[in-house]
Design a protein around this ligand. Structure first.
Ligand code: GLC
Length: 618
């Protein structure tokens, strides 16, 4: 018996007759309301396709165009969002409610939902955030290592568990959609988003697409505390010329398919619910106008059945001019983008799209395709049945369990690059001098996308710094002295630890076209420590390999800590040998800046090759 005729045994009420009638005829009968649910689309026992088709028939053009639009919370009140019939609201990086707490967030998100559900059709809105290393907008959330560190763990199961923990902290505060994971394949370390990548080989993103299963579950709606995931940014964001953010990826289509497509195939296999389009261009055409890649490749060839969202104001860039035009609206809608992140310009976008439909430049079929995709995910997520925040998950927010998981990830992500025997540090009867701008700075060790879009230095979130970890890890008879610049160091110390590297940045503000060397402060700190003859362990806190070949001979030990997040003590767990280093590089480490881009298999001789990482002999 074909599945279409197999009416679910469990349903023995009038729905059966309605359902059989619907399925047999293949079309929706006159929208007969089943007694207890009202219109068909409100009946959770019916197949999603039936619910979508029924709802679509009841929607006006305004309803449908509104569903395709996402606005920034700061741009519209809940009432305005409902009046515009918006399908989604977002918090851009750092866009937080007055009370940046789980309750403040849940109240805010639920207010938008109440307004949406209160409209005639009651289509719930979906609220999106960038929870890219934990629920990083919210004060007190567990902040996990950024992806480049997670890639170094070589542990996709850990990444899945982090996805689950992140989903719980997000869901408990309201948002139902996470613009993560970034499945970019970073091919040039000068790119400011290198740290958002799991590594330079496509397999790094393929393997760690397990984050999607953590965020969504094996199937959307399967378990509470899940959120819609986003595979981003389609396609070639990490392959631009010279690593310029939002630049031009000028490789062949064959190379694009070989390097940048596999992660999206893996994401689709895992049932990812949304895909975000890249700001970048491919062969000179902005991705947001690439109908062949979005519709023919992503939707048809790869059979992606979720919905496609634009990036933040990205359609404005299609013609290279400020703002967006009717042409850019038409090009991006017809390219196959389904929802538009037009944070501050929703009304204008709606007007322009209505104009384009009226002029016959955008077909109703295209509008309906976008709506079917968006509505299907809202039904699958269970938003129609459970539109409001499940605040029971707030107990997981910043919990000890999640912080322990984050510390485990920090430990596993550490990569030991050099050790003349100085590591592991003796816990007992030691005299340790700690220096460097990143030793006692939880903002620096968390990096970008932390409380704000760009991140910031300082004691900005709760957690442990690397210095905290060294102090708490030190045993009987050991003293730990800290001075950021190294003042006070002398030959009486047995070892010095210099924690140096980068300060926070995000996206293009992290592009480094001129060099990736240590800054003057770091070089001075290390020199001061070395001048005493005390062995020096350098710990790099950075979102990418740095150009340290010249200084390397002077290091007795070198550990790449990446951007560990709130649980810096995980670094000292490795420095003291409580956890032997197991991390391996998923990026080739350049012998000099001039080598960029440098990638596994390109024949260039790296200082430390892809896959490199030492451990302790004792
Ligand atoms: C940003 C990023 C994207 C993010 C979006 C929403 O510009 O490119 O990764 O999800 O805007 O904040």
């Amino acid at each position: 018996m074909s599945p279409r005729l197999r009416v679910r045994r469990s349903v023995r009420t009038t729905h059966t007759a309605v359902l059989a009638g619907v399925l047999l005829t293949g079309t929706v009968l006159a929208p007969a309301a089943s007694a207890s649910y009202g219109p068909l689309y409100k009946n959770p026992h019916l197949p999603v396709s039936v619910r979508v088709n029924d709802l679509l028939k009841r929607m006006s053009l305004d309803d449908k165009i509104g569903q395709m639009v996402q606005a920034e919370r700061g741009a519209v009140t809940p009432a305005q969002a409902a009046d515009l019939k918006l399908g989604s609201i977002l918090s851009g990086g750092g866009s937080v409610p007055a009370s940046n707490t789980p309750t403040g967030w849940a109240d805010m998100v639920d207010a938008y939902q109440k307004a949406a559900v209160g409209t005639q059709l009651g289509i719930p809105t979906i609220y999106g955030v960038d929870a890219v290393h934990g629920h990083n907008n919210v004060y007190g959330a567990t902040i996990f290592p950024h992806n480049i560190g997670l890639g170094a763990t070589g542990d996709p199961d850990l990444v899945e568990r982090i996805g689950r923990a992140t989903a719980e902290e997000v869901a408990g505060t309201g948002p139902q959609w996470d613009f993560a994971p970034c499945l970019c394949v970073a091919r040039d370390d000068r790119w400011g988003r290198t740290y958002e990548s799991f590594g330079e080989h496509p397999d790094d993103a393929v393997d760690n697409s397990s984050a999607i299963t953590g965020l969504q579950g094996r199937r959307l709606g399967e378990r509470k505390g899940s959120v819609l995931a986003t595979a981003k940014h389609f396609i070639g964001d990490g392959g631009t010329l010279d690593g310029v953010d939002q630049g031009n990826t000028v490789i062949s289509e064959a190379e694009l398919r070989k390097i940048h497509l596999p992660p999206f195939k893996a994401a689709i296999k895992r049932g990812v619910g949304s895909v975000m389009i890249s700001f970048s261009s491919f062969q000179g055409t902005r991705m947001h106008a690439q109908q062949y890649l979005i519709t023919d490749v992503l939707k048809k060839e790869l059979r992606f059945d979720g919905f496609v969202i634009s990036d933040y104001n990205a359609i404005n860039q299609i013609d290279g001019q400020e703002g967006f035009t009717h042409d850019e609206v038409r090009l991006s809608v017809n390219a196959g983008i389904d929802m538009f992140m037009v944070p501050w310009d929703a009304p204008q976008f709606i007007t322009f799209l209505k104009d384009e439909v009226a002029a016959g430049h955008v077909t109703l079929d295209r509008i309906n395709d976008a709506n079917k995709r968006i509505l299907a995910k809202k039904f699958e997520l269970g938003l129609f049945e459970h539109p409001y925040t499940d605040r029971s998950f707030q107990k997981t927010f910043g919990s000890k369990e999640h912080r322990d998981l984050a510390r485990e990830a920090v430990r596993e992500s550490q990569v030991l690059l050099k050790n003349d025997g100085v590591l592991p540090l003796d816990k007992k009867n030691n005299k340790i001098f700690v220096a460097g701008k990143n030793a006692n700075d939880i903002g620096n060790q968390s990096g970008g996308w932390t409380l704000t879009w760009q991140g910031q230095s300082g004691p900005v979130i709760p957690g442990t710094t690397i210095l905290d970890g060294i102090k708490s890890g030190a045993g009987k008879g050991t003293t730990v002295t800290y001075d950021r610049a190294g003042n006070g160091i002398d030959a009486s110390y047995k070892v010095a630890v210099a924690v140096v590297g980068e300060t926070p940045y995000a996206e293009g503000q992290g592009d480094r076209p001129k060099g990736l060397g240590l800054d003057a402060e770091d070089l001075a700190t290390i020199a001061k420590l070395k001048a005493t003859g005390v062995p020096v362990v350098v710990v790099l806190v950075s979102g990418r390999p740095l150009d340290i070949a010249e200084q390397l001979p002077g290091f007795n030990g070198l550990v790449e800590a990446w951007l560990p997040g709130s649980e810096g003590a995980g670094v000292s767990d490795v420095l003291f040998g409580d956890h032997k280093p197991t991390g391996k590089l998923t990026v080739s480490w350049p012998s000099s800046f001039a080598q960029e881009p440098i990638n596994v298999g390109d024949g260039k001789k790296a200082l430390f090759p892809y896959g490199y990482g030492l451990t302790y002999r004792r």
